[in-house]
Design a protein around this ligand. Structure first.
Ligand code: ADP
Ligand code: MG
Length: 692
């Protein structure tokens, strides 16, 4: 369980003085729900208030702190006009400008004849020197209360910089003293501060250089996080490599399934299957990541691997990140299961009551051989009679925790994780350091390359006309609009509006799916599209993950410049799966910046997922490539694979050494490392230690 020492950090933000439910909600929008979240929310700049010029000497456009006397209040001349307060010092006149201000408040804070110190941006308006909404207004005797330097944080509407700085300061005020978990020699060599001073320094920049990611304070904290993650990964691997039951299939079911395939397995599929088989037969547990570009045919490999478990009388499970995908897997695997003569079932969060109970008892009593489902597969009351092989599809949508959970559903479960997100080799260590990797680096024969074009939004009419032709030919098209959390409302309105326009042009033929729709409505829209009744699917990225509709030939991505390249590549992979060649139209709203243009051009030039990932990494940095938006699981809070990849190898070695010397984390450093695991919420890993 979480050490008591950390309780103050894991309290809700609303536990801080000055943070009520409303501010709490605003912070929530930034993903800041608990005190600890505030610690990792780094300043992105600073405001330097140290300049204390006279009015005449103040530089226009810059922040200054100025001592003045209040001369006169000028009320707004008309509604909507600002309230103006004329102030001066011996060198000149400074007008303070307030919009929508309450008069009584201004009379109280700036009474006529009083002396005040004000701090804010000085601007020249006509020939008048002004300061609009000063950030600080205090009497001279309290001038010291104006912070000389203030950190600037990423904000959201309604949250002022001043409030944010105050909240963070309150969070810093609650920092406990934590035991040192780092090797003292490393700290000395890198000249890193201890944990508490490091966090404090991170939030107290005094010069521009302190914002730089290279400061010892941030580097130390980044290292902490990498160490926690490497420790967790090694631990999971260590468990995985304990003795397991060998899974030795005799091939009889697999042969039947292969005979039922309408195609030949590719060489890459056969090779990876052989790698998996070797793992299954070995006495240690499998922990393998199957990487393969979109459409490389991972599902059938997983199915054949799972059959080996059934051949020796045991069970297998395939877990997908979304309901849509789980259903699709169930549909595509059903005929193969039938051919092999095994019992396949589907279990998702939507199964309730009697139906769910039946599936659960069938699993527990071994009447189901292979189960396909969502996260529902690892719910507490789901018990397997003999789970031997677990497959996690689209692994990048899950965390290491889910791997542990599903593996915990049986005695010595062999684990296969699959991902289509092409992760550059340099990053596999950080995210999948615990796994062996197989690559499906060949696409099934007969795939037509997708023709990718960049089209300005100004040519929307032509694009709609092209969609019309596609539908006339009996083909299907996707129309994808972006949706990100920060601008969810606007994005949702945009996709609904696009659907309205297209539905008007193609009456009865355009369906809509997005994440906030009821599941049943979403399913029926997907079915209508797959079945061809509604051959145009307007969607947000819910379709990104793994949907397979071979008759789809056109993919339109609106505001393509807002998508990550890996994500665009995933989307493009949805088409050109059947006999017809595909076209991908990347609609952008011009003019495009340099980087945006380079990125979209790359999409046009190559279809190689790994090259795209490498380039995206170069152009945008790892943070973005693996950011929440694309992977669903933010890999790191404070570490960045752009600036800290050198630390990764050190952390890896360190973690290894620790586990060699003190595998149970029982010594003094071990105890500190447990705190570290909890601090970065590697609780599952920490729990494993407790179980020993
Ligand atoms: P992904 O690797 O993206 O999960 P899928 O497993 O969904 O890919 O496979 C994509 C499509 O390719 C499916 O329609 C599948 O039936 C087909 N497929 C898989 N293997 C082959 C093959 N060897 N030859 C031809 N088509 C294949
Ligand atoms: Mg897939």
């Amino acid at each position: 369980m979480r050490p008591e020492l950390l309780f103050p950090l894991f309290a809700e933000v609303t536990a801080l003085t000055g943070v009520g439910p409303q501010v709490g909600r605003l912070l929530g929008k930034l993903g800041l729900r608990r005190v600890v979240d505030l610690l990792w929310h780094r300043p992105i700049g600073l405001i330097d208030r140290r300049a204390r010029p006279t009015v005449a000497a103040a530089r226009h456009g810059e922040i200054a702190t100025i001592a003045v006397r209040v001369d006169e209040h000028l009320k707004p001349r008309a509604p909507g006009r600002p309230y103006r307060i004329v102030c001066s010092d011996p060198s000149g006149t400074l007008v303070l400008v307030f919009f929508h201000a309450r008069e009584d408040y201004l009379l109280r804070t700036l009474p006529i004849g009083s002396d005040r110190v004000v701090s804010g941006k000085v601007e020249l308006y006509g020939d008048e020197v002004q300061m609009t909404h000063p950030d600080h207004i205090v009497p001279p005797e309290r001038a010291d209360s104006i912070p000389p330097v203030e950190p600037v944080y990423p904000l959201t509407a309604g949250l002022s910089p001043k409030l944010m700085a105050k909240i963070t300061a309150a969070a810093i005020g609650r920092l406990p003293d934590l035991p040192e978990w780092n090797d003292t020699a490393l700290l000395a060599r890198e000249r890193w501060p201890a944990w508490k001073p490091a966090v404090t320094a991170l939030h107290a920049p005094v010069a521009a250089a302190d914002i730089d990611p290279g400061t010892p304070a941030r580097r130390r904290l980044a290292y902490d996080e990498l160490l926690a993650s490497q420790l967790a990964l090694l631990l999971v691997r260590g468990r995985a490599q304990r003795r397991g039951h060998p899974v030795e299939g005799d091939g009889r079911l697999r042969r039947r399934a292969i005979a039922a395939l309408p195609y030949q397995l590719t060489e890459a599929q056969n090779r990876t299957l052989a790698e998996i088989d070797a793992d299954l037969r070995a006495p240690r547990r499998m922990s393998r990541l199957l990487q393969g570009d979109v459409g490389s045919g991972k599902t059938v490999v997983a199915f054949l691997a799972m059959l080996a478990a059934v051949e020796c009388g045991r069970q297998a499970a395939l877990m997908a990140p979304t309901e849509i995908l789980a259903r699709q897997h169930f549909a595509t695997l059903s005929p193969l299961a039938e051919a092999a003569g095994i019992r396949l079932a589907l279990l998702t969060g939507r199964d309730k009551g009697k139906a769910r109970e039946r599936i659960i008892s069938d699993l527990a009593e071994g009447r189901i051989d292979i189960v396909v489902g969502t996260h529902a597969l690892v719910q507490a009351d789901v018990v397997y009679r003999a789970l031997a092989v677990a497959v996690v599809d689209e692994q990048h949508r899950f965390g290491v925790e889910q791997r542990v959970e599903i593996a915990g559903k049986g005695q010595s479960v062999d684990l296969l994780a699959m991902t289509a997100t092409p992760i550059p080799r340099t990053l596999t260590l950080a995210l999948y350091g615990d796994m062996d990797v197989s690559r499906l680096d060949e696409k099934p024969a007969g795939r037509k390359p997708v023709d990718t074009r960049l089209v300005s939004l100004e040519r929307l009419e032509e694009v709609i006309a092209a969609i019309g032709r596609t539908l006339e030919h009996g083909n299907r098209a996707y129309w994808v609009c972006p949706l990100v959390e920060e601008s969810e409302k606007v994005d949702l309105a945009a996709v609904e509006e696009r659907h309205r326009v297209l539905a008007e042009r193609f009456p009865g033929r355009a369906a809509l799916v997005h994440g906030s729709m009821k599941a049943a409505a979403r399913d029926s829209a997907m079915r209508g599209f797959a079945g061809g009744e509604t051959p145009l699917l307007v969607a947000t990225t819910v379709i990104e993950v793994g949907v397979d509709v071979p008759a789809a030939t056109v993919m339109v991505v609106e505001q393509a410049e807002r998508f990550g390249l890996a994500q665009l590549h995933q989307l493009r992979g949805r088409i050109g799966r059947g006999a017809q060649p595909g076209t991908c139209l990347l609609l952008y709203r011009g003019p495009l910046g340099e980087t945006a243009k380079a990125r979209l051009t790359l999409m046009r030039e190559t279809d190689d997922g790994f090259r795209i990932a490498e380039e995206d990494l170069r152009l945008r940095g790892a943070g973005d490539l693996l950011g929440t938006r694309q992977s669903g699981v933010p890999p790191f809070r404070i570490a960045s694979l752009d600036t800290d990849s050198d630390l990764l190898a050190i952390a890896r070695d360190d973690a290894r050494l620790v586990l060699e010397r003190d595998g149970g984390l029982e010594g003094p450093r071990g105890a500190a490392l447990r705190v570290l695991l909890h601090l970065f919420e590697r609780d599952t890993a920490a729990r494993l230690f407790q179980r020993g």
